[in-house]
Write a new protein. Structure first.
Length: 248
C-alpha cells in the first residue's frame, strides 16, 4: 500500500472505467483518495473498477458522463460533490484515438476527436474550478507524445492533443495561484486490446524506444500521482512518459 498522501481528499477521473483511466483511478485510491470515475459506454467496466476501488477501503463513484456535453459534465460534477463533499484532483483522461489518412479525414471525424480531446477537458476544468480553488486542488490533463511530434495517420488526434497541451498552459496561468495544472504526455502504451491487434507496431515502437520497452498504464498512473501529490508550485508542465521515444 502506498503512502496515503491523498487521504481525506477526492478525485475525478474522466474515462476512468478501463485502460489508462482505470490504472489512474486505482492508483489514486491506493494513495487514499475517494475516486469518482466517469464513463460513457463502459458501464460494466466502470462498475468493476469502482468495486476494485472500494476493495481498497476507499469510496468510489461511477458516473455516466459525456464530456462533450456541458449539461452532462455539470451533472457529473454535481453528483461527485454531493457524494464526496469536495474535489481535490481532476484527471482529464477521456479521449478518442483513431487512425485515418489526413487526406480522407471527414469533418465529422475531425469534430468528434476535438470535441472529446480538447473541448471535454475545458468543460470539465471549468465546471470543477470553483471546487478546486476552495481546496487548492490540482488538474492533470492526459496529453500525448502525438501532441509533441506529428504521427502520420493520426493528424486529427495529434492536433487535438497539441491543443490540450496549450490549454494546459493557459489553465496554469489562469487558475493560479490556487490551482496547479499539468499534463502527462504518454508515448506508446501497451494495452491488451491494442497490442493483440497490432503486434508488429508494438514491437516497432519498443525497438525505437531507448528504454527498450513500451510503456504500461501504470507508468502513466505514477506520473499522474506525481502531479497529484507533489509540489503545488509545479504548474504548466508537459511531462512525456515515453521511455525516451520522443528523443528521436
Amino acid at each position: 500500500m502506498q503512502t496515503q498522501l491523498l487521504s481525506g481528499k477526492s478525485a475525478l477521473v474522466t474515462g476512468g472505467a478501463r485502460r489508462i483511466g482505470r490504472a489512474i483511478a486505482l492508483s489514486l485510491a491506493q494513495t487514499g483518495a475517494s475516486v469518482a470515475l466517469t464513463y460513457r459506454t463502459s458501464a460494466s467496466e466502470a462498475a468493476q473498477t469502482a468495486s476494485e476501488i472500494e476493495a481498497l477501503s476507499c469510496r468510489a463513484l461511477a458516473v455516466e458522463c459525456d464530456v462533450r456535453s456541458e449539461a452532462s459534465v455539470r451533472q457529473a460534477l454535481d453528483t461527485t460533490i454531493a457524494q464526496f463533499g469536495r474535489l481535490d484532483v481532476v484527471v482529464n483522461n477521456a479521449a478518442v484515438f483513431e487512425p485515418a489518412p489526413l487526406e480522407s479525414i471527414t469533418l465529422a471525424q475531425w469534430d468528434r476527436v476535438f470535441e472529446t480531446n480538447a473541448r471535454g477537458p475545458f468543460l470539465v476544468a471549468r465546471e470543477a474550478l470553483p471546487h478546486l480553488r476552495a481546496v487548492q486542488g490540482r488538474i492533470i490533463n492526459i496529453g500525448s507524445l502525438g501532441g509533441l511530434h506529428a504521427w502520420a495517420g493520426h493528424a486529427h488526434y495529434c492536433a487535438s492533443k497539441a491543443a490540450l497541451h496549450m490549454i494546459t498552459q493557459g489553465m496554469a496561468k489562469s487558475f493560479a495561484p490556487e490551482v496547479s495544472v499539468n499534463c502527462v504526455a504518454p508515448g506508446w502504451i501497451e494495452m491488451d486490446e491494442r497490442s493483440s491487434g497490432q503486434p508488429n507496431q508494438a514491437a516497432h515502437f519498443a525497438a525505437k524506444t531507448p528504454m527498450r520497452r513500451n510503456g504500461a498504464a501504470d507508468d502513466v498512473a505514477q506520473a499522474v500521482l506525481f502531479f497529484a501529490t507533489g509540489p503545488a508550485f509545479i504548474t504548466g508542465q508537459i511531462l512525456s512518459v515515453d521511455g525516451g521515444l520522443g528523443l528521436g
